[in-house]
Design a protein around this ligand. Structure first.
Ligand code: ADP
Ligand code: ZN
Ligand code: ZN
Length: 725
């Protein structure tokens, strides 16, 4: 009988690291690895997770404290193991990684912020039933009504809905006529109001059957296998996931389905809910914390056996996992931007391996990494047999206007025919930057070295990095000139221009970007409006290219298609290719067919040409060859460390110290290189290009801990990003 628990206190501070030993009194009840405890810590109380058990401690028993309470929100030992791996893999701390696997709302306080919700409920006692029928008891009219209501219901009813008030019910309880008790009253997200009835599955195509056969065989064999469903948009990948999930359930296993952003892809949630009903739990950020907590609990208790959610759902408390699906696996939102900077795709692969589950990644534009590492199953054609829409590349060099004449013409034709079009411009706001016409001053963010972007509807200029906002300048504060030029165009201006050029009451223009989507539910509403409208244009950033299925869109347009190519990043080609291919996938899904126009200043760029020819294989071949030559993923791993401080010299000194300390044999260190100032902090970055991933991660982790703990570098924030995006 182990008497000692190794407990990791939940703290966001890097310096506070356990585990610490606590003595387990019998009165505490069942405590195991994964239990969530309230422990005394110095003079504070903290939450802590049991990460190990032992018979005795190196610390003398009289110096050990006992936990104060064991909470019901613990997790399984497997999830603790996964969290510890995440902490190491991403150079984070055990506490920060553990907080990912605990229920939503656990936090770093002395109590979880969210608990199960209960409601006071009443039920009829035998005496109460007798009183209703007999003469002996005197009852007021409302008391009688309450007892009648309880008699009519088989079990208990929430007190709030009964005709008698609280005090009246308490008096009935005192007379032994009703029983009052607190009962769980779970918060249910509303999506399950829509169609809980299982929807019929279509007959699968040959390609779908083949892919499913491989997946089912792997699930049946109970072995970890890593598969990639590479299917063009509309080839029926989601249908394959649905069947695979059914196969996992049929074998008594559970299934996890990761999706990029639920607000933008509500269809997939709806399809799973329609097929599997209450067996599906959804964990997404559009739910309240309480709703997420209750969905999490349904999963942990095994009441729900399929979990659908965004990247954080990779940590869902599913037991007996048989299938992990990563839909749209190319999507950048799988990477988490706060510490631990985990990549849900990498964690999903690890979790599948740990739990003996089958990993199924799917995309029309898979990452070169996945093509290299996973067994590929191809769905080469759209389910309806239609070909992908023809793509025309329009050369914008020397063009005086934002829209090419052919684009104008095509939009005009869609309007005449009362059709629908999607226009993508991957830049929000009105104009890119403001510049004084007489002295050339450019309006920059006071905290970051970037230009402020004009947002005309709100009459502000805003920083897209730190969120700083100020009123639109009336005059130049350097020279006093009132003539300020606005350069470039973003989605807000494009919306305005399209409206002026095309719109009428019967041809509305809808915009979708992060400004619009800032309000909860707004993105969904905008997409629903576009879907419901008989005709119109949807303009927006890359959000408009996500997996939407609008059968009546006949025209797709991409403006400034090379914008993503100009990013100084080895993934620029991949991003550009996938954005174009994904947008092309939105057009021509219906009877009327469709076409795509791509405006660019770089018409001969290979990524653009290959996307225009729908040549994913050609792109992947070329991209893998290029990456191999340069030692980029999947042929090497990248780790990025950023040092940030108010003073440039402090950031530089810390970066130099790190550079000197990182001892990873065979790795190449790039930098320290300056990054633009962000949120008032000067930044320096080091990039490690490694051949031996584990050795490099360990070396960087050790160097960062040493520099972070060195008083000489106090005030410098260090952040580590393994597999940066
Ligand atoms: P993807 O996920 O590859 O974009 P979906 O699974 O969403 O493709 O399928 C596209 C459309 O075709 C959906 O409306 C879906 O219901 C339908 N579909 C999928 N498989 C079949 C099939 N075998 N027969 C008929 N319709 C299908
Ligand atoms: Zn000026
Ligand atoms: Zn800023």
């Amino acid at each position: 009988m182990p008497a000692i628990a190794h407990v990791e206190p939940l703290s966001s501070a890097r310096a506070l690291r356990g585990p610490f030993d606590y003595l387990l009194p019998d009165a505490l009840g069942d405590v195991g690895v994964g239990s969530l405890l309230v422990v005394p810590f110095g003079r504070r109380r903290m939450l802590g997770v049991v990460v190990g058990l032992a018979g005795e401690s190196a610390v003398a028993p009289e110096r050990l404290a006992a936990p104060l309470e064991a909470l019901e929100e613990g997790v399984t030992p497997e999830l603790v193991r996964l969290a510890r791996w995440v902490a190491e893999e991403y150079c984070s701390t055990p506490a920060r990684a553990l907080s990912l696997v605990l229920p939503p709302g656990t936090g770093y306080g002395s109590r979880p912020r969210v608990r199960a919700r209960t409601a006071l409920s009443a039920s009829l006692t035998a005496a109460g039933a007798a009183a209703l029928g007999g003469e002996g008891e005197r009852l007021g009219p409302r008391q009688r009504a309450a007892l009648t209501a309880l008699a009519a219901s088989a079990g208990s009813l929430p007190v709030a809905g009964l005709p008698s008030n609280h005090a009246g019910l308490r008096r009935l309880e005192a007379r032994g006529l009703v029983r009052l008790e607190r009962r769980a009253s779970p918060r249910r997200p509303e999506h399950r109001a829509v169609g809980s009835a299982p929807a019929a599955a279509p007959e699968l195509t040959g390609a779908q059957r083949d892919a499913l056969g491989v997946i089912e065989a792997a699930i049946g064999a109970g072995r970890t296998e890593r598969l990639l469903v590479h299917g063009v948009t509309g080839s029926g990948k989601t249908e394959v996931y649905l069947h695979a999930a059914g196969a996992a359930l049929g074998r008594g296993r559970s299934a996890m389905v990761l999706v990029p952003e639920i607000a933008l892809t509500p269809q997939i949630v709806g399809r799973f809910a329609a097929r599997f009903g209450d067996t599906v739990a959804v964990l997404h950020s559009g739910l309240s914390e309480g709703e997420r907590y209750d969905e999490w609990m349904r999963l942990r208790r095994g009441e729900a056996r399929i979990c659908v959610g965004p990247r954080s759902a990779v940590f869902a408390p599913l037991a007996g996992l048989g299938l992990v699906v990563v839909d749209e696996e190319h999507d950048a939102s799988y990477k988490h931007e706060g510490d631990p900077r985990y990549d849900a795709r990498h964690v999903a692969a690890r979790r599948a391996e740990q739990d003996g589950a089958v990993l199924v990644c799917g995309s029309a534009t898979p990452r070169p990494e996945s093509v290299h590492a996973l067994r590929r199953l191809v769905l080469p054609e759209r389910v309806d047999g239609r070909s992908l829409p023809p793509v025309e590349v329009l050369d914008m060099r020397g063009a005086p206007t934002a829209l090419h004449p052919r684009t104008r013409e095509a939009l005009e034709a869609v309007r005449r025919e009362s059709g629908k079009a999607i226009v993508l411009l991957n830049r929000r706001g009105w104009s890119n930057f403001l510049c004084c016409r007489s002295c050339g001053r450019v309006w920059d963010c006071p905290h970051c070295d970037v230009a402020l972007i004009l947002h005309r509807a709100e009459n502000v200029v805003a920083c897209h990095h730190c969120g700083h906002r100020e009123a639109v300048p009336q005059a130049c504060d350097a020279c006093g000139s009132v003539s300020v030029a606005r350069h470039g165009a973003g989605t807000e201006r494009l919306e305005h221009e399209l409206r002026t050029a095309l719109a009428g009451a019967r041809f509305p223009v809808f915009r979708l970007d992060r400004d619009v989507a800032a309000r909860r539910g707004a993105a969904h509403a905008r997409l629903a409006d576009f879907a419901a409208a008989p005709a119109g244009v949807l303009v927006g950033t890359q959000m408009v290219a996500k997996g939407h299925d609008f059968p009546d869109v006949t025209l797709g347009v991409v403006l400034d298609a090379d914008a993503t190519l100009r990013f100084p990043d080895f993934r620029a080609e991949e991003r550009t290719f996938s954005l174009l291919a994904q947008l092309a996938g939105r057009a021509g899904r219906g009877e009327a067919g469709g076409r795509v126009l791509v405006q660019t200043l770089a018409p001969e760029a290979p990524a653009i040409g290959l996307a225009a020819r729908h040549d994913a294989d050609g792109f992947l071949r070329a991209e893998l060859a290029r990456r191999e030559a340069l030692g980029y993923p999947p042929f090497g791993d990248l780790i990025r460390v950023v040092c940030a401080a108010p003073e440039a010299s402090a950031a530089q000194a810390a970066a130099d110290a790190l550079h000197a300390r990182i001892a990873a044999p065979g790795a190449v260190l790039l930098g320290p290189a300056p990054l633009f100032r962000l949120r008032g902090r000067e930044r320096r970055q080091i990039v490690v290009k490694a051949r031996d991933r584990n050795a490099a991660v360990a070396a960087v982790g050790a160097a960062v801990d040493a520099v972070a703990g060195d008083r000489a570098h106090r005030g410098v924030a260090l952040s580590v990003d393994v597999d940066p995006q």
